[in-house]
Write a protein that binds this ligand. Structure first.
Ligand code: DTR
Ligand code: CA
Ligand code: ZN
Ligand code: ZN
Length: 451
């Protein structure tokens, strides 16, 4: 159950890229009003080429990096821990790949527990230096093992995404920066050092930091960090697109390097496949794998080797990294806006009364725009059962989706465009959903307004 959140954040362009743009018209009072416009398959014409779909990240390439890191550990006392030779050898391996691919790399040194630590930073030339999108992973392992899932998986997934950027010669509007952190296992030491040495001006240029720590757990869950709503939705849209349910990562903030960025007010997000917590039977129903068993039984153990990886999870998450990097770095003439969101789950009674989910808009002046974006995420089998309306603060209803006896697909994950220019912006807007046919149930997962 995700927690309620009415958040106002500057929106990136991912929502305009990830959802379908649909014209919605005021609805008749009762369901069954005028037909809503069919979803428009065009992505906003204003998007730049970089907004096009990310390439598939070849699993074989990611696994080859893991094999190399495993070999490095094997040749250096069995680990890649801070202060040990295996860590610096890991840095050298990644740096060589990135230099060869055209990145501008920097090795940032620091000292922790009496040993020298290293952060590896790789800048992709080009893009707006005042809008920097970062993606990172900690490269160190614990001293008890090679750290293939924790965190060779995240390191290799981010590396291969960076190499894919090079292969594509991507020229996104934003500047791309990739990072591999040292001494995370000692307490986020490398990433904290990096952030603390950024000027406030440089911090303000970072539009978002994406973190990937354990993305190939052998008994995987698919968890999305519940932090910046636009980054969160970007990952959710990716997984909805491949029909894989996700949950909000609830192991608590501060558990990995994104906390170093969040602590100074930078928007963060990320993915996680689970550590020592146990997979529930409901989760096993949802994702497969073994209920009652840890997501990663080898967490922080010597058995965290290349055989401690679930290939499907590693593949999906590597592709999700690329999806987010492409989507969140793309430029668009869609100006940034304000996002007001409610992530509270609301159950929808089967063939029953309509339910509503409120979002309170404040701090705006005048009326809502003619192109108000309504992002909807409803989890529901046989979505044809559903009628969906937007209710303005004065009660005016705008039909977003009609019911359909033939639309048997699952879930309503879309972005609708509503001409709300006759409505006052501030006030409590509501999403109204009614299930008008028997069988099949679901819930409102989240929804948002982007002005
Ligand atoms: N602290 C990480 C593993 C970890 C545990 N919970 C979370 C939640 C989100 C990301 C990572 C983690 C480590 O041992 O490296
Ligand atoms: Ca793939
Ligand atoms: Zn760890
Ligand atoms: Zn980790």
């Amino acid at each position: 159950m995700s927690h309620s959140a009415h958040r106002r954040t500057a929106a990136a362009t991912a929502l305009a890229l990830a959802g379908l743009l649909t014209a919605a018209v005021p609805a008749a009072a009762a369901p069954g009003g005028p037909p809503a416009a069919a979803p428009d398959s065009r992505v906003s014409a204003a998007t730049s080429p970089a907004a096009l779909a990310a390439p598939d990240i070849p699993l074989a390439n990611v696994k080859a990096h893991l094999s190399e890191l495993q070999s490095i550990a094997g040749a250096n006392g069995g680990n890649r821990a801070h202060g040990r030779p295996g860590y610096k050898a890991s840095v050298d391996y990644l740096k060589a790949k990135l230099d060869a691919a055209g990145f501008t790399t920097t090795v940032q040194q620091f000292t922790s527990s009496g040993a020298t630590g290293y952060n590896l930073i790789a800048d992709w030339p080009g893009g707006d230096p005042n809008q920097v999108l970062m993606a990172g992973a900690h490269l160190d392992s614990v001293s008890s093992g090679p750290g293939m899932n924790d965190n060779g998986s995240g390191s290799a997934g981010v590396l291969e995404t960076a190499l894919a950027v090079s292969r594509a010669q991507l020229q996104p509007a934003k500047h791309l920066r990739f990072a591999w952190w040292g001494a995370e296992e000692l307490g986020l030491v490398g990433s904290r050092y990096h952030v603390s040495n950024l000027s406030s001006a440089d911090r303000s240029k970072i539009s978002g930091y994406l973190n990937f720590d354990m993305i190939g757990s052998p008994n995987p869950g698919y968890f999305v960090y519940d932090d910046d709503p636009v980054i969160e939705q970007t990952f959710k849209d990716f997984y909805a697109g491949i029909g894989v349910p996700t949950e909000i990562e609830t192991e608590g903030d501060g558990r990995s390097d994104h906390a170093s960025f969040k602590n100074v007010g930078i928007a963060v997000g990320g993915l996680f496949t689970g550590a020592s917590r146990t997979k529930s039977s409901a989760q096993a129903q949802k994702w497969g794998g073994t209920a009652g068993q840890a997501f990663d039984r080898c967490y922080h153990s010597s058995c965290d080797t290349t055989s401690n990886i679930n290939d499907t999870a590693l593949d999906r998450n590597s592709d999700a990294i690329a999806h987010a990097v492409w989507a969140l770095s793309a430029g668009s003439t869609v100006p940034p806006g304000d996002v007001f969101e409610n992530t509270q789950d609301v159950a929808i009674p089967d063939n029953g009364a309509a339910v509503t989910s409120p979002v309170t808009v404040s701090g705006r002046t005048g009326n809502a725009p003619a192109t108000l974006k309504v992002g909807v995420d409803i989890k529901h089998t046989w979505r044809g059962d559903l009628v969906v309306d937007l209710l303005a603060p004065d009660g005016t209803a705008y039909r977003l989706k009609n019911s359909s006896s033939s639309d048997s697909a699952d879930n309503v994950i879309a972005t609708y465009t509503v001409n709300a220019s006759s409505e006052t912006a501030n006030g409590t807007w509501q999403l109204r959903v009614q299930d008008v046919a028997r069988y099949d149930t679901g819930y409102i997962d989240s929804w948002r307004l982007t002005f």
